[in-house]
Design a protein around this ligand. Sequence first.
Ligand SMILES: [Zn+2]
Ligand SMILES: [Zn+2]
Length: 127
Amino acid sequence: MSQDDPVRIIPHAPEGIPDTGSFEVVWPGGNRHFYWDENAGRRAITLHDSRDEALEKARALARAERDRLEHACPGCDGTGWVCEDHQDQPWDGPHACSCGAAGAPCPRCNWPEDGELPRMPDGFQPG
Ligand SMILES: [Zn+2]
Ligand SMILES: [Zn+2]
């Protein structure tokens, strides 16, 4: 992993408790903790993974996020929607255009076939 990798796995451990902690996967726009616990008694209560399992899950997510970044459409940042007034700016996500205009389907990657609906942004509520 290089220094400027946009997706990183950061290990966390509480001070003085060597047998538990978490791996935090950080990517542009989000992060997620994978908690682990090597103490079997405690794990029966917390239902956390072992360290290896948590690391494996963290790595899988990091790979998926890296993959998504590499293939993201440069116009809409992979969200499928651009700003209606600035069609080279994403309408959603961490780099969303802040001008407040309505969203429009991305002209690069979200032109539906006749009779089909464009992809909706994450969390979009119709109406
Ligand atoms: Zn705009
Ligand atoms: Zn696009």
